[in-house]
Design a protein around this ligand. Structure first.
Ligand code: AMP
Length: 399
């Protein structure tokens, strides 16, 4: 079966077609700058590569473009769009309603709509993608795979905040957690590498990309995670602050005359590595770190230190982890960060093989970089959220 996987962001659509259950990637691509004059359309596979600049006015037009691309004869993916057996959508927020992926029907659409206040940037775009597919490909089943679903197993003492209960009841203010598809995917592979049934594992998964989150996973269930009500909480990220004293917001409002929107922009778009270092590409931070640049050393250390505090906390709540798993752009590609973390955690009996660690950049496959006799394994596992979405889609369609 050919499955179209769609990740519709506010101004982009990422897509892949996979042949399932063989898990063969047939084509992948992206449309960026939707709504602007110079949208960028890229797609490639083993037979052909294409890059176009032409306006894509909205998500409906974007989906039309994706569907026209994947039937282009040069790509040899399919002759007719009807060969698509199902569509899997990444949906960022499923609120408290969804603890697993679901086949999309009217009720699911209503819930995604009702969750828009919790994810105002993401859920409207996800919904546009779903509705556009519905009108372009009527009758083809669509599946929603939620970023929040995997974390619905958090116990209430992990997901509630210590503010009056009214706000939980009235606005559902609680920890939701994000990147769930990725945490679940790498935990599954981690268990295989450890040669254990996932039910017998205690894992700490660090998804470190431009957005970053870390999870404590016991027996395959997420029991805590660093992102909260929104993806702003937790670790230092590319442009997001992560944890900070909430009183800073009140201080800034009073002393810098910042509005709610200003503070939102400041913490989501101008903070994190960007705010500390001046730009947010970890490759440049790494280069300057190796060159001995004092600011780069400080920022890399701060990034690692904040990560270490979460690893310590999650090691405690798990009662001792079996493995620490790194994934996503930064986690998979930044040896000095992994080395710093290992130095901080030597007292827990965690060590890494430095030579191997330095080789693991764009490795493309899972690697165990643990030191000999390390009590806690360190694994680097490339994430593949699209494949995880295609797997869920395939399972739901077949059931
Ligand atoms: P993601 O959100 O998972 O796509 O990760 C994006 C981030 O990963 C980028 O902002 C970079 O900082 C980082 N990244 C990607 N490739 C590398 C690399 N080869 N070395 C270090 N960092 C990288």
């Amino acid at each position: 079966m050919k499955i179209l996987v769609l990740n519709c962001g506010s101004s982009s659509i990422k897509f892949q077609v996979l042949k399932m259950p063989e898990e063969k990637l047939l084509i992948k691509g992206v449309i960026e700058r939707i709504g602007e004059e110079n949208s960028i359309i890229e797609s490639k596979n083993e037979y052909h590569k294409m890059k176009l600049n032409e306006p894509v006015l909205n998500h409906e037009k974007g989906i039309e473009k994706v569907l026209s691309l994947i039937i282009k004869p040069e790509f040899k993916v399919m002759n007719d769009i009807k060969e698509i057996g199902a569509i899997g959508h990444r949906v960022v927020h499923g609120g408290e309603e969804f603890s697993d992926s679901v086949i999309i029907n009217e009720k699911v659409i209503d819930v995604i709509k009702s969750t828009i206040p919790l994810a105002p940037l993401h859920n409207p775009a996800n919904l546009k993608g779903i509705l556009a597919c519905r009108s372009e490909l009527p009758g083809i089943p669509q599946i929603a795979v939620f970023d929040t679903a995997f974390h619905q197993t958090l116990p209430d003492y992990a997901f509630r905040y210590a503010i009056p209960k009214t706000y939980y009841e009235r606005h559902k203010i609680r920890r939701y957690g994000f990147h769930g598809t990725s945490h679940k995917y790498v935990a599954g592979i981690g268990a295989e590498i450890l040669r254990k049934d996932i039910k017998d594992t205690k894992l700490i998964t660090a998804h470190l990309g431009n957005g970053a989150s870390i999870s404590a996973i016991q027996g395959g269930n997420s029991i805590d995670t660093s992102m909260g009500f929104t993806p702003l909480e937790g670790l230092i990220m590319g442009t997001r602050s992560g944890d900070l004293d909430p009183a800073i917001l009140i201080f800034l409002e009073k002393n810098e005359n910042l509005s709610a929107d200003d503070i939102d922009q400041l913490l989501n778009k101008r903070s994190g590595v960007l705010g500390l270092f001046g730009q947010n590409d970890m490759r440049i931070l790494e280069e300057k770190y190796y060159a001995g640049d004092a600011l780069a050393i400080f920022v890399m250390t701060l990034y690692a230190y904040r990560l270490v505090k979460y690893i310590g906390a999650y090691n405690a709540v798990l009662g001792g982890a079996d493995a620490l798993i790194y994934t996503a752009g930064v986690g998979e590609n930044t040896p000095p960060l992994r080395e710093l973390v290992a130095k901080f955690l030597a007292h827990m009996g965690l060590s890494i093989n430095n030579e191997l660690n330095n080789k693991v950049i764009r490795y493309g496959e899972p690697v165990d970089i643990s030191g000999k006799d390390s009590k806690i394994k360190t694994l680097v596992i490339p994430t593949n959220e699209e494949l995880a979405i295609a797997r869920d889609t395939c399972i739901l369609i077949r059931s």
